[in-house]
Ligand binder design. Structure first.
Ligand code: PHE
Length: 350
């Protein structure tokens, strides 16, 4: 009899807890069963009116029912706490919703120009050569036939590593002074020492000069070097390659001219000018674009290539300069300031 009543109480407790939304209500309901005035507590009071010999059984059944009811409440409490935790995480996530747009980075305009230049030269058999930005004075100047007193070697123009002054008393032969390369022409020497002619290489890379930064100067900039060595190479070959290159870059209507110039490592040397009909403010004007010339036999001798058998040409151009001309950019500093308003204008172009 008692057991049946107790089982009804257990079932009641289960039913009472269905859909309880909060811990506060859970507390209230719990009191109606297990509190001092709760139904189980009331039921326990019957003990007094029960025959002595039945009391142990009654007590046992009572404790069993109490245990079951307590467990029911405990389980429910755990679930309520889980729900409260979930609520504190905010609204549930709907994984089927489209994601918010992410910011897509673009390729830097200088990288784009470099890639274009490289791909134009690759079409006519040039391969890419690379060397380090930290160079020795020998590779940057001596091997390129640059005299000791050449102004480019001046500490006002070139960024030398501090050790240079300590070398003052060491003979030139043993002296290795390091600097940040001022041009990519050092890659000519590294290539000539490594590879046997005939060769065609293009060497894009970063260069450094001790320049005061303004709209057209930057202490850090980029160049692309070109070197072509073969038998019986002529200035006409040089002009042909550069005309092809500049047409690919600036369009078929480009006109070019070679103007005599001087570089210690080329003889004869030229500046290349170009004229383009549609180049904004610079349309139809002669603009200097790059330096070039026939590799000086003295350079070939130095790297033990016989200048009677081999000769060639070299050229070098600034990647910033080309990019500025192509896109009508008027200040070199834009390239290094990481301003999204500037950079995003190039992000859709390949
Ligand atoms: N290195 C030269 C410069 O920085 C450019 C150049 C390269 C000229 C190759 C001739 C041949 O101005």
């Amino acid at each position: 009899m008692e057991n049946q009543d107790l089982q009804v109480l257990v079932a009641d407790a289960k039913a009472a807890l269905i859909g309880v939304p909060s811990k506060a209500q859970w507390e209230q309901i719990k009191a109606t069963f297990l509190g001092p005035k709760g139904s189980l507590t009331q039921y326990a009071k019957r003990m007094g009116s029960i025959a002595k010999e039945d009391r142990p059984t009654f007590g046992k059944l009572l404790n069993q029912a109490k245990g079951e009811i307590e467990e029911i409440f405990q389980d429910r409490l755990v679930k309520l706490e889980e729900l409260e935790d979930l609520k504190s995480l905010g609204p549930p996530i709907d994984p089927t919703l489209p994601s918010s747009p992410s910011f897509l980075g673009g390729i830097h305009p200088l990288t784009k120009t470099r890639r274009r230049i490289v791909s134009i030269f690759k079409k006519i058999g040039f391969t890419v050569a690379e060397a380090s930005e930290v160079e020795t004075e020998w590779f940057c100047f001596d091997a390129l036939n640059t005299p000791d007193d050449h102004p480019a070697r001046d500490e006002q123009d070139t960024l030398f590593f501090p050790s240079r002054s300590n070398w003052a008393n060491v003979s030139r032969k043993n002296q290795e002074s390091y600097l940040l390369r001022t041009h990519t022409s050092s890659v000519q020497i590294r290539t000539l020492l490594k590879e046997k002619p005939p060769l065609r290489v293009i060497a894009p890379g970063r260069c450094f000069r001790r320049d005061t930064v303004d709209a057209t100067h930057s202490a850090n900039f980029h160049q692309t070097e070109g070197l072509f060595v073969d038998h019986k190479v002529t200035v006409r070959d040089l002009k042909g390659v550069l005309d092809y290159f500049l047409k690919e870059l600036f369009g078929d209507k480009v006109e070019t001219r070679l103007r005599p110039s001087f570089f210690p490592f080329t003889e004869p040397s030229f500046e290349v000018d170009l004229k383009v009909p549609d180049l904004g403010k610079l349309s139809n004007k002669w603009i200097e674009i790059m330096g070039c010339g026939m590799v000086d036999p003295a350079v070939l001798n130095l790297v033990e290539i016989d200048p009677q058998e081999w000769n060639g040409f070299a050229f070098g151009l600034g990647i910033e300069r080309v990019t500025m001309l192509l896109h009508g950019i008027d200040d070199i500093r834009h390239f290094y300031q990481n301003d999204q308003r500037f950079l995003s204008q190039f992000s859709s172009q390949v």
